[in-house]
Write a new protein. Structure first.
Length: 451
């Protein structure tokens, strides 16, 4: 199969989808057939959705545009809920969503038995974009709008007082303002600065509403109720660039982090100045085979559920000093654990970018090792030896990463490639093979020959 020629023949999304389906079927037949029996369902090439995802990623690695191949919504094996399959392209990726609430005092009346407060809560959003690539990326050349729906309901003493969960906020690029500076560029990362390469944009206040609530003797702080925030990013031609969702749990709010807990009531204590809280959602996830959430920062992860990419952490304050104020502390900063869950050629001390796309014909089949495999943080197709140890001593990942590598079949396809003359099948990169001259070569040699 000549991947370069196939992708070159695809000129629109429909033809790219057809090519991706052909590649996915080839992976199914060549890499999960009789030579590799006994695969588990979590292994990428034994999962129909993951095969489609990696096939779309291969197409987008090679093609010359920066529009993700949209395979539609696919139901993963063993699931009933469809999830989007979108290829990985050279675009700025949404890396954090922060729904911010602020209370303003309008009117207060007092009586001997109770206080009736007329608060004036409003909410806005901050969106943080991450640039994984080697050059600055301009939102204006990629993104037309972001749509957010399902912002958490504000409840006070058991009564919902601010419910905009059913509103779909359409935030056009013109309504996104950078927190720092001007313009819409997301810079490339800087060698040696691990949290560089991100930029934060904010919306205007999306809602501004007066509410009435009763403060009782057993008054409790407001709560943000459980729900589901959907976040979609669209391109300049209305194409889907990203489509994800964030599951939110009930959070008792506060606007001041004391060091051990979040204190303050942004409704009860509202003033003319800003008292902020925030529902903060960052790239956390519980990876397959684990039980705890990890902060990995890779916005390309595509799990079996649309919400697998995000984890709603249980803090809501936006207090001072800045080190405890998440709204301010992470402005224009990438929250990534790139070394622990690193792909093999990345070094913590530098060597940006975080990801590669050719945007042109592959020079060798070895470039498949650059293609994102989004089922696990920072994972790419794994063409090195499976016993390679993890780059961490952290309990959990230190043993889990080698286990996953040993279960990988990325490096062991049987006869998927041919020599340049197309006459002699190549065996796995794990084994030696003979060239047309009959000379043995080293195990990785097939990966670096032009196909």
């Amino acid at each position: 199969m000549d991947l370069n020629a196939l992708v070159a023949s695809a000129t629109d999304n429909a033809s790219k989808v057809a090519v991706a389906n052909r590649i996915a079927n080839w992976i199914r037949d060549a890499w999960t057939g009789p030579p590799l029996p006994g695969l588990s369902n979590y292994q990428m090439f034994n999962d129909s959705r993951l095969r489609l995802q990696i096939a779309a990623n291969i197409v987008d690695y090679i093609d010359a545009d920066n529009t993700p191949t949209d395979m539609g919504d696919v139901v993963p094996d063993g699931y009933i809920i469809p999830v989007p399959v979108l290829g990985i392209e050279k675009i700025p990726y949404l890396a954090a969503v922060e729904v911010i609430y602020e209370g303003l005092r309008e009117h207060l009346s007092l009586s001997t038995c109770r206080r009736n407060l007329f608060g004036h809560p409003q909410n806005e959003s901050q969106l943080r974009f991450l640039n994984l690539y080697e050059t600055a990326l301009d939102l204006s050349g990629n993104v037309s709008r972001v749509e957010i729906k399902g912002v958490p309901i504000v409840s006070k003493n058991g009564t919902s007082v601010f419910d905009k969960s059913a509103t779909n906020y359409v935030i056009n690029l013109a309504n996104l303002t950078p927190v720092n500076g001007t313009g819409t560029l997301v810079p490339a990362g800087i060698d040696g600065i691990s949290d560089s390469g991100a930029r934060t944009f904010q919306t205007d206040w999306l809602e501004n509403q007066s509410v009435t609530f009763t403060v009782t003797a057993s008054d409790a702080k407001p709560r943000l109720l459980a729900g589901l925030i959907t976040v979609k990013v669209f391109g300049i031609d209305n194409e889907r660039l990203d489509d994800t969702a964030i599951v939110t749990n009930i959070i008792t709010t506060g606007y001041n982090w004391s060091g051990t807990s979040s204190t303050g009531d942004f409704l009860n204590e509202a003033t003319t100045g800003p008292l902020q809280i925030a529902s903060i959602n960052v790239p956390y996830a519980v990876a397959t085979g684990t039980t705890t959430a990890i902060n990995f920062g890779d916005p390309r992860v595509r799990g079996h559920l649309i919400s697998d990419r995000w984890y709603n952490i249980a803090r809501s304050d936006a207090s001072t000093p800045a080190t405890t104020n998440r709204i301010a502390a992470y402005i224009d900063k990438a929250e990534i654990l790139n070394r622990t869950y690193a792909f093999d050629w990345y070094d913590y001390t530098g060597n940006r970018p975080l990801a590669f796309l050719r945007n042109g014909p592959m020079r060798s089949v070895g470039e498949l090792g650059n293609v994102a495999a989004p089922e696990y943080p920072w994972r790419t197709l794994y063409l090195q030896y499976p016993e390679r140890p993890a780059n961490t001593l952290q309990p959990g990942p230190a043993t889990e990463i080698p286990e996953r590598r040993s279960a990988s079949v990325d490096y062991a396809p049987n006869r998927p490639f041919s020599d340049t003359n197309g006459s002699i099948p190549r065996r796995s990169s794990k084994h030696q093979y003979s060239t047309t001259l009959g000379n043995p070569t080293t195990p990785l040699a097939p990966l670096f020959l032009t196909s």
